[in-house]
Ligand binder design. Structure first.
Ligand SMILES: [Zn+2]
Length: 251
């Protein structure tokens, strides 16, 4: 393992035939969204709802206590404004420059897409995709966010289902196969804001057979030594320097 520099990582990306990025929860945190599993959030949520975030954000809870689920989902997940950090814009820029071919994420806010990435696999779905389970009618995020109680399909009068993965549910099989395929064909794997043993990486990274695995993450982790290059810095400050080596204004 070597300690990466901006120019070294840029050079690896330029030489790579196919680069796949996986962006993890630390990139969410950098964007201002704490993880559902962080102790402070869990405490606040338990106090307010009498259940932990993991209990609420689960398929069983959705089925049995739909109204509480939507209250939590609306107030805690949809209302706080969440904008992509500079790290996501740098990913989009790398994609435009032909240095990044595919981005895989498990955040449900489609942050890479909103920053301009085109080729994205949202493993856990997104809050922008909502559908009536009976008639299939699609509803925008705002319809869910602005509903006073349970958002109902206008035709069927049953709850509209946000197409996000809840605890207790499996990643869509086709999507998983696609993600494995992307990782398997990558020459360079770029792990952004994640450690190797995270839920995001597990089940995918072992298919990587390329030349260089790079980690950019603000925190050190004992599994980092399995990567070829590691840069311990927040993605939102490091990746723009790699995407715009001469500064953002000079292209
Ligand atoms: Zn319907």
């Amino acid at each position: 393992m070597s300690i990466g520099t901006y120019s070294m990582i840029r050079e690896i990306l330029e030489k790579s035939k196919y680069t796949v990025a996986m962006c993890g929860t630390n990139m969410m945190k950098e964007s201002g969204m704490p993880s559902l599993r962080s102790p402070e959030i869990a405490y606040k949520v338990e106090k307010k709802y009498k259940y932990s975030p993991e209990e609420i954000f689960a398929s069983v809870f959705y089925t049995n206590r739909t109204e509480t689920f939507f209250k939590y989902y609306r107030d805690e997940m949809l209302k706080p404004p969440l904008e992509p950090s500079e790290g996501f814009y740098a990913m989009a820029e790398l994609e435009r420059q032909g240095l990044l071919q595919c981005s895989i994420t498990n955040n449900v806010y489609n942050l890479p897409g909103r920053a301009g990435c085109k080729n994205i696999l949202n493993l856990h779905g997104t809050v922008y995709d909502n559908e009536c389970p009976r008639c299939g009618k699609k509803y925008p995020m705002e319809y869910i966010r602005d509903a006073k109680k349970i958002p109902l399909c206008e035709k069927c009068l049953i709850p509209v289902r946000p197409k996000v993965l809840l605890f207790g549910e499996q990643v869509d099989n086709q999507l998983m196969t696609k993600a494995v395929g992307e990782v398997a064909k990558a020459d360079v794997l770029l792990l952004l804001g994640t450690t190797l043993n995270s839920g995001l990486c597990e089940g995918y990274v072992e298919y990587f057979e390329g030349s260089q695995m790079i980690i950019i993450n603000g925190q050190e982790h004992y599994t980092d030594c399995k990567a070829d290059v590691v840069l311990h810095e927040e993605v939102k400050t490091a990746l723009p320097k790699i995407a715009w080596p001469n500064g953002k204004d000079k292209k």
